[in-house]
Ligand binder design. Sequence first.
Ligand code: SF4
Length: 244
Amino acid sequence: MTNPKSTGGLPAGSLPVQEIFGPVPQGEGPFMGRRACFVRFGRCNLHCPPCDSKATWDNSRYDLRETCPPRTVEDIVQAAAAHGAGPGLTILTGGEPLMWQRSTAWAQLLEELPGEIHVETNATIAPNPVTTRRVAHFSVSPKIGRMGAADPQKKRLVPTALSAFADLAQQGQAVFKFVAGDIGEVDEAAQVVRAFQLPQARVWIMPLGDDAASWATAGADIADHVMHLGFNLSGRLHLTLGVR
Ligand code: SF4
């Protein structure tokens, strides 16, 4: 019998989870409003300054063993079911969830979670066959502008990963979501779309904002330009409604 592949120093068969919550409406992108359970994994390979999930990775401010303790697959599945997984979407987010896709626990989790699974990823790690077979949709968010300010371009924009996600987007299994706070950042997103030949109609621009007012201000500034470039504009419904 082979040993399960370990998960970065975690107990075998476990994955680091910061939180599991729902059911709530998916707040962003083309699935906005769909009933969803979120499973947020610990750790990330980027360090975006405006990140709203720093408790998943910022070990200068958080003890990650406390904020993202290892949980068994059985425990994660039970908690997800208790928070609405099954009838709607189960959204695996982070952090960067694809950091864990080589582990046995990830494969087992994908098998045991009920319903339609989505993954939210920062676009730096191509999904493997185990992941692409089970995941119905990838929301792929390359980091540019203020989001990308702390990491070098070669770490944020990985050609092999972007190419793999572009193929999935062409097949209807992924969309790209760029966070942009002003027209200059929308233009930076457009440069990435051109450089990596991402399908234009599968690109969403999400105005930068951590509350409803700042999202609306940025959105009003960039909406016309986003339309002019042939992209889509993403809401942040949870901010508008004041829910999670
Ligand atoms: S990729 Fe996402 S989770 Fe990671 S630092 Fe950036 S915003 Fe935060």
